[in-house]
Structures are given as C-alpha cells and as structure tokens.
Design a protein around this ligand. Structure first.
Ligand SMILES: [Zn+2]
Length: 141
C-alpha cells in the first residue's frame, strides 16, 4: 500500500522506539526487557516501568500470545476506518509477559468466532514504505 493511500493515523517512531519500528518493518516483533527485574514490557521505552531501572535491553519476541480481551468495532471512530468496520480491537498477552494493544485479523468479526484465551500469532501489515504494524491472527493449529 502506498503512503498516499493510507489515511489512518500513522505511528511516528521516536528515539526510544526507532528500533521497534525498524524490526517491525523487517517483520520481527521486539520488546524491551529489564536486566534488573528480568521482566519484558511494552511499549518500548528506556526506563523499566516496573522498577524504573535504566538497565534494559531488546529481546526478540516469539510472536505468540493469547487473546486477553477484544471489542468488535461496528461504527468507525473516524471516516478513515469506515471501510474496515466491523473490525476487531484486541489486547494480546504475549508469551514473554507484556500485554499489547493490537488488532485481531483474519477472523470473522463475530463473538462466536473469537474467544478470550485463544492462541494468536503475530502478522505484519506494511502500511507505508516506512511503517509496518504488528497485528495478530488466530494461531495455526
Ligand atoms: Zn525492571
């Protein structure tokens, strides 16, 4: 998809998240992990949100997780999302621990098809030449 065709809000990489977006573009999901309290966290930032240590590093996530919760959006929040509705907004618990806001795709936007606790895996949507969004789909069984 070209940049002109994408009319939804686009993330703006910052100093602390450049690496995250660079890796997303390469279709890899990376997280920050605290080397002090040993917990991974999302969104990426230099200071650990659990213990405030600056002793943190990057780890590659498996891309596997479970669906924590979801909502099916029928009325688009802005005209840019109108063609997508109904779509699924989700919170995914990653295997490494962090809970990540995302979209659930490749699934019927129907409560009968989506279950809290279901296994999901990351997929990558290239929205511009620079930005790729990590989204999730039901895991292959
Ligand atoms: Zn920590």
């Amino acid at each position: 998809m070209t940049e002109q065709a994408y009319s939804k809000p686009i993330p703006v990489p910052q100093g602390e998240s450049d690496y995250y977006w660079e890796k997303a573009k390469a279709h890899e999901l990376w997280l920050r992990k605290c080397d002090n309290c040993n917990q991974a966290y999302f969104y990426p930032r230099d200071i650990c949100p659990m213990c405030f240590s600056r002793n943190t590093s990057w780890i590659q996530a498996s891309g596997k997780g479970t669906l924590h919760t979801f909502a099916i959006v029928h009325r688009a929040p802005t005209p840019a999302f109108r063609d997508d509705a109904p779509f699924v907004v989700a919170m995914v618990d990653l295997e490494e621990g962090p809970r990540m806001p995302t979209n659930l795709i490749d699934v019927e936007p129907d409560p009968a098809a989506i279950k809290v606790g279901m296994a999901v895996e990351v997929v990558f949507e290239d929205i511009t030449d620079e930005i790729t969004l990590p989204k999730f789909k039901p895991a292959a069984v």
